[in-house]
Write a protein that binds this ligand. Structure first.
Ligand SMILES: *[C@@H]1O[C@H](CO)[C@@H](O)[C@H](O)[C@H]1NC(C)=O
Ligand SMILES: *[C@@H]1O[C@H](CO)[C@@H](O)[C@H](O)[C@H]1NC(C)=O
Length: 802
């Protein structure tokens, strides 16, 4: 009895101590609060943590760096290195943190002392609250220095002094009184947060924001705010998910954004690459998900490769040095810090020495040329030679020369139409070292006979092509198999564009009839920032592409600013009308659907693999699949991506419904391959099977393709996916093939997706298809997009031939 009691007592005591101990530890570990008062300080390993533990403030070290900085990072984001959103002392690091401290002084300033007790950073805030200020880290990531007694009295806040990150709730701001703006500036390199060359700034007079190189040169602009969106980034708009606003008053002009669902972790950051990225944290995958990126192409970032560097959008890495040059610092170059160091000459040029010119062909010429008049390329070359400081020349119709460093030089690829020849002055010894690529010409040397003949041939060819072009200019001449229409003829054929079939991102489509009673569809292209010459080249390429599953281009019209395309008219309209319309879709039985799926695949396979130049369609969706009188599918609008060029991604993102068909790589901004079409095809195939838009939610509230993937892979119940209007009328084997292949097509990894040729073989039954893995990216997109409705307006006509 006594024994038992003693045990009992002992146990109670143990538990009491255990509990006490637990409390204690908890108290010590949780030293961190969200607030620091006058006189208090923070040293290494101590942090402030915001109330809901979203953000943490303390000392950190960038990876591969021995320096310390005081900054704020996402506490709930587990990636290493930490995702830092703000830094106090970005330009002056702490070398030895053991004796450093971050202190809120009695005078109301938050200051950082370095190892020698010297102030290296301070809020420099003028406060009236002696001994009664406090600094609070908010759940929005804003560090606020304020009056403890009157908290609305804010002396300083980190949101007014951003580093490279723009958090929801923060303002991109211009102070109308001081005429100063708060800029975001990129880091200098992955291990150095010092202000880099790229910055984001706001232009209150232009109602826009833009990206700058070296604080002066604009290389990207958002376009003007029209009350709802910035014209250049229509994808950034208020919806159920984001709220964007632009405010102008006498004190300030600012742009800000927020998320309705504040539990979603999101950040906008000006990257080292000079691109502005919007990221969303994917909790499941433990990864930052890139939501969008501007400018889309790396080489659009001004002087990304630094002085004398060459940017190649299709190269990996993007940057190389020009011939005869090498990176100024191999170390920086290896850390992908191209922009600040750039390249330097291997051998310096001396005025009296022998020099040669090395040819770089198909380049976008460097910035800031001096333009001179010269009668010929030879004149231009001589002009450059006679001036010791001239380091390169190019002769188009005028003579351009450069001295000093070359900036923003880009190498274009062979399949791009633009591009000039640049001649680069090098020491002759450098040419020999680099193996004498046969391209150089000797200074002062006489052009060899061979070159002369070649030049003559070139001129002859040029004259011939020029004459060809002139002759095409006249109406009703035939270019290849294409007819060049006069604008007036098309006006007559369409009864002055009176019968509109639909409209989309590229322009409106009208029905017309030719004098021989052939029905045609005329597409009036809008906002084509392209010259006549390039338009004709593109159109004649499209004209050579003929396949039973591709809509045939009959001709075109190019007069003044008008650009029109003339197609065969398709009496049955577009696929979406028959798939999703409310009317009787008796024609859309399983057999027809399967033939349509196969036909689209054959058309795309022809575009990707069988044409002379591979064409990526870039905009596969039911609206672009037209049906002829026999319900045989014909893919429309191919080749337009190239016609529209640079603006294409913009056009895409503004078009209703398109986004649901876009492959993840469109959003992340990497190079687009034919596999992007495969992805879109997979999305369309799901719709053909189910008879409804993927964007409509399925039974358990999930995005249809995700739900479908689970049904196919886990339940192996493909019948559940079938359009209920078919009442089970299907071919089980074909249905299985179609579902599996659709699921393969929408894999995140491009390399996992089949080619369109393989898709054709699978659908034809020539090749077997295994069970696919569940695609991951769509799930993320879905979780995010469940709330986002980028494209809520009804703009397209269901019967559109767009
Ligand atoms: C602030 O507090 C310090 C120490 O408690 C004291 O020495 C100082 O006089 C105070 N200053 C004011 C203006 O109250
Ligand atoms: C940036 O501009 C400053 C002058 O404003 C100049 O001294 C500096 O060399 C420029 N940087 C580069 C990389 O050109």
């Amino acid at each position: 009895m006594e024994d038992r009691c003693r045990t009992c007592l002992f146990l109670s005591a143990f538990m009491f101590f255990f509990f006490f101990f637990f409390l204690c530890t908890k108290t010590f570990l949780c030293f961190a609060a969200d607030t620091m008062s006058s006189g208090q300080s923070l040293s290494l390993n101590q942090t402030l943590i915001s109330k809901s533990e979203n953000f943490e403030l303390g000392y950190f070290q960038p990876s591969n760096s021995t320096n310390y900085y005081v900054g704020i990072w996402f506490k709930k984001v587990s990636v290493q290195p930490r995702t830092v959103v703000w830094i106090g002392n970005r330009n002056i690091p702490v070398i030895d943190p053991s004796t450093s401290e971050l202190k809120l002084l009695e005078d109301g300033n938050l200051v950082l002392f370095n190892q020698s007790k010297v102030v290296i950073w301070s809020t420099n805030s003028a406060s009236s609250a002696m001994n009664s200020s406090e600094v609070v880290l908010g759940d929005d990531g804003n560090l606020v220095l304020r009056n403890r007694i009157r908290p609305s009295d804010v002396f300083w806040q980190s949101f007014d002094h951003p580093t490279d990150t723009w958090l929801p709730g923060a303002k991109l701001r211009y102070d109308n009184r001081t005429k100063k703006s708060q800029i975001l500036a990129s880091w200098k390199s992955p291990n150095d947060p010092t202000e880099g060359l790229f910055s984001l700034d706001i232009d209150p007079s232009g109602d826009q924001h833009f990206l700058l190189w070296n604080r002066t040169l604009r290389y990207w602009s958002s376009g003007r705010w029209n009350g709802q969106i910035f014209s250049g980034i229509p994808e950034m708009r208020s919806d159920h998910f984001f709220n964007f606003s632009y405010v102008k008053n006498e004190n300030e002009t600012y742009f800000t954004y927020s998320l309705y669902n504040t539990s979603i972790i999101c950040r906008e950051v000006l990257e080292l690459s000079g691109q502005l990225h919007l990221y969303i944290w994917d909790e499941d995958k433990q990864k930052w998900f890139l939501f969008w990126s501007v400018p889309r192409q790396q080489c659009e970032v001004y002087a990304f490769c630094g002085a004398n560097g060459v940017c190649n959008q299709n190269g990996l890495p993007f940057c190389t040095c020009m011939d005869g040059f090498e990176p100024r610092s191999q170390k920086e170059w290896k850390l992908s810090d191209y922009s600040s160091g750039g390249c330097v000459r291997k051998t310096s040029l001396h005025c009296g020495d022998r020099h040669t010119f090395s040819l770089m062909s198909k380049v976008k010429l460097p910035a800031n040329p001096q333009r001179l008049t010269a009668a010929s390329a030879d004149d231009c070359k001589l002009t450059c030679l006679s001036n010791c400081s001239c380091i390169a020349y190019a002769y188009t119709s005028i003579c351009s020369v450069w001295d000093g460093d070359l900036l923003n030089l880009q190498q274009l690829s062979d399949d791009e139409d633009a591009g000039e020849d640049l001649y680069l002055r090098l020491a002759t010894s450098d040419i020999r070292k680099s193996g004498g690529k046969d391209k150089e010409t000797h200074t002062g040397g006489i052009m060899g006979g061979v070159a002369g003949i070649a030049a003559l041939l070139c001129i002859a060819l040029f004259l011939w092509r020029w004459r060809m072009r002139l002759s095409i200019g006249k109406s009703n001449t035939v270019e290849g198999s294409l007819f060049a229409f006069a604008y007036k003829d098309l006006q007559n054929a369409t009864k002055n564009f009176s019968e509109k079939l639909g409209c989309g991102g590229f322009g409106s489509v009208f029905k017309g009839t030719l004098p021989d009673s052939t029905a045609i569809a005329v597409k009036k292209l809008e906002s084509l920032g392209q010259g006549e010459k390039q338009f004709r080249t593109e159109v004649s390429t499209i004209g050579t592409i003929q396949h039973v599953n591709l809509v045939r281009l009959r001709g075109f019209c190019s007069e003044g600013d008008s650009r029109l395309l003339v197609y065969d008219y398709m009496p049955n309209g577009s696929l979406d009308y028959h798939m999703f319309g409310q009317h009787d879709s008796a024609m859309m039985n399983w057999k027809t659907r399967y033939q349509i799926a196969l036909g689209i695949a054959r058309g795309l396979s022809y575009l990707h693999e069988k044409c002379r130049d591979c064409i990526i369609h870039c905009d596969i969706k039911p609206e672009n699949i037209l049906l002829d009188a026999n319900f045989s599918p014909k893919v429309a609008d191919f080749g337009l991506a190239k016609l529209i060029g640079r603006d294409f991604s913009r056009v895409l993102t503004t078009m209703r419904g398109t986004r649901g068909y876009l492959a993840p790589e469109w959003i992340s901004g990497v190079a687009i391959t034919a596999k992007a079409d495969v992805y879109s095809y997979g999305m369309v195939l799901f719709e053909i099977v189910s008879g409804r838009r993927n964007s409509e939610h399925s039974e358990d509230g999930k995005f249809f393709p995700t739900w479908a993937a689970h049904k196919i892979i886990e339940d192996e119940n493909v019948l559940a996916l079938l359009d209920c209007r078919l009442q089970g009328d299907t071919n089980a084997e074909e249905l299985t093939r179609a579902c599996r292949v659709a699921c393969w097509c929408i894999q995140d990894e491009e390399s996992h997706r089949p080619s369109m040729g393989q898709v054709v073989q699978i659908l034809e039954g020539v090749v077997e298809v295994n069970l696919p893995p569940i695609p991951r990216a769509i799930q993320v997109l879905v979780e995010i997009e469940e709330n986002i409705h980028f494209f809520s307006e009804e703009t397209a006509n269901p019967n559109s031939q767009v």
